[in-house]
Design a protein around this ligand. Structure first.
Ligand code: GLN
Length: 307
């Protein structure tokens, strides 16, 4: 059996031709400036073994991957009640779509589309200032990654905030149904800062290891969420983690995963490992093109799956 590092090397080398395919997200101006042909990958196993490839230690904008951390925080704070404000069905629509919201009375389909993420942020803001709420999210991520050097990229946060017309539209629309309680400006401030957290593949894989280990960090033994919540987060990642391409991702990779428009993807291999990849060029659904290809090659070699 080849070593983990050898398997990662082979998988990543086999998809190098895919790195130049796709387009960097440019609707957030600061993201358009990221070098398009970066590529990194990292595996961290539940026993603490690590493997790296390419730009695995370079921080990038985690964007929607932060929604995994936000739902973790919200489940711990509000328990089951959070599911009354948001659903848990795949949307089949783009991450920033408004179309279902009207029919479904302003209740977003699942935690990973933007509308729902804004509702989660609104819930987390309850009783706190925007600064405290943003700091809490960053502290959670630092705890999960066991790394207090992780920070928000202020330039990306400001760039998204200055151009967040569509998310503002979603938030106003939901407010008309009484689904948003705080000021929309505050919700957008916190949401944009959460999306602008910068992490490397190594830090991202490390930070989601609790989801591969029934909700408890296997290295520090910190209890993050109970087993049932961990299972539910993984189920959401499997069904909704890649928006309207979630079925395609499950077909090709078959593991719970979450993508972000910064080009990152993190996947959970239950009882085994967490894997993060980064390649900024995206496919038409806003998911990393080469990142998906690398994960597909890796699971083919390792035979990792959810069964
Ligand atoms: N911050 C981005 C947005 O709200 C996140 C989207 C994504 O990563 N898919 O548009």
């Amino acid at each position: 059996m080849p070593s983990l590092q050898a398997q990662l090397n082979l998988a990543c080398q086999s998809i190098q031709h895919a790195i130049g395919v796709g387009k960097v997200a440019d609707y957030i101006p600061a993201l358009a400036r990221v070098p398009a042909d970066k590529f990194g990958a990292a595996i961290v196993t539940v026993s603490g073994e690590k493997a790296f490839f390419g730009d695995a230690r370079e921080p990038f904008s985690i964007q929607s991957i932060s929604k995994v951390f936000a739902i973790t925080a919200a489940l711990n704070r509000f328990e089951q009640q959070i599911w009354e404000r948001v659903g848990h069905e795949p949307s089949g629509n783009a991450f920033n779509s408004i179309v279902q919201l009207e029919k479904e009375h302003g209740i977003p389909r699942n935690p990973f589309i933007n509308a729902r993420a804004l509702v989660v942020t609104d819930a987390l803001l309850e009783g706190q200032t925007t600064t405290d709420c943003s700091n809490q999210m960053l502290e959670l991520v630092q705890l999960l990654a066991d790394d207090d050097t992780i920070a928000v990229d202020n330039e990306v946060a400001q760039s998204e905030r200055d151009t967040s017309h569509r998310n503002a539209g979603l938030a106003h629309f939901m407010r008309s149904f009484g689904r948003i309680e705080n000021s929309i400006s505050d919700v957008l401030d916190v949401y944009c800062r959460q999306c602008a957290i910068a992490m490397s593949c190594e830090q991202l894989a490390r930070s989601t290891l609790y989801l591969a280990n029934n909700g408890t960090d296997p290295i520090t033994e910190t209890h993050i969420v109970n087993e049932e919540r961990g299972r539910r987060i993984n189920a959401m990642m499997m069904l909704c983690g890649h928006y309207d391409a979630s079925g395609d991702f499950a077909h090709r990779v078959g593991l719970p995963g979450k993508s972000g428009v910064g080009g990152g993807i993190v996947v959970v291999v239950p009882d085994v490992a967490a894997v993060a990849v980064w390649a900024p060029r995206l496919n038409a659904n806003g998911n990393s093109h080469a990142g998906t290809a690398a994960l597909e090659a890796l699971v083919r070699a390792t035979k990792w799956n959810v069964l």
